[in-house]
Design a protein around this ligand. Sequence first.
Ligand SMILES: Cc1ncc(COP(=O)(O)O)c(C=O)c1O
Length: 380
Amino acid sequence: MSHGFETLAIHAGQDPEARTGAVIPPIYQTSTYAQDAVGAPRLGYEYSRSGNPTRDALQDCLAALEGGQVGLAFASGLAAEDTLLRTTCAPGDHVVIPDDAYGGTYRLFARVMQRWGVEFTPAKVTDPDAVRAAIRPGSTKLVWVETPTNPLLGIADIAALAAVAHDAGALLVVDNTFASPYLQQPIALGADVVVHSTTKYIGGHSDVVGGALITADAGLGEELRYHQNAMGAVNGPFDAWLTLRGIKTLGVRMDRHCDNAERLAAYLDGHAQVAQVIYPGLPSHPGHEVAAKQMRRFGGMISFRAAGGEEHAVEICNRAKLFVLAESLGGVESLIEHPGRMTHASAAGSPLEVPGDLVRLSVGIETVDDLLADLEQALG
Ligand SMILES: Cc1ncc(COP(=O)(O)O)c(C=O)c1O
């Protein structure tokens, strides 16, 4: 029987525990497991880097929510990305990456993978022709996209890019961190691998760092599982449990994030202190139609450009009170930041450098009138 999203979020991988009937998966805070005889581990568990029941519960739930074959959890989003790259790429291979991406993802390509001989080309992932032109036939192994992108909220057409990648014999990787599987399911649109920083909406409470990979193909999933153990960047049982607890309310949280973001985007649009509002839910957003086609709603992230330039953008961030000035996103509390000097500082001087007048909001689930009042005083 197939179940709806909220049912899967609460139950997938989370049957009551067999021995005690515990309704919530226990935190199996153990590094190792007793074996009944040499080479005969009970239920297959030997050592918690290789396997842990709390992590398994999270992994199975993630696979169900994304409609994938295999879900794998990691110590951070970047740990998941690193494991994916070193499983699928070898020296001489090439990857197309977004020309607007999380700064840490860019740093992984530019400062780490390139040293190991993996080349990359930044391309406008909002334009399938630009991605096609960036592909190097024979050596491009991955087309890597974020959608919406971080921080400029560009929208990539996942189905169109799957066709472009597959024509070239490459895999399509979608970083689904900004949308979450409640709003967008890339595998159903043709993606091969979904990446998450579960630190964000999936965990949802700004209390745990983690990452995930979900694959459309079971074979690739098992290869990644091998590397998850061989490379060892797993999350601990308590972190897996916290993430799973967050997941249970993902659907209801996302709806409130979207409600609040829609109100704030409408308020900011046309405000005298704001030069441009970037929110995929606004009809003026160039990716609005594609977003409407592939997303359930438009998400909780808003970026805007301050009318008074970079110093004005910094002042707005500094003046906010209820919006906490902090990096990261996707938690229940609203955050504000200056990408150029904070999350995306590592992209300074690169093709991914972000405009200095940009402010990024992660709109939380507080009372929306309080958020409006705080923005009003911060804009000046
Ligand atoms: C879109 C996106 N992908 C990946 C990451 C990296 O995840 P983590 O910080 O959990 O390593 C981030 C972090 O901000 C992100 O925003």
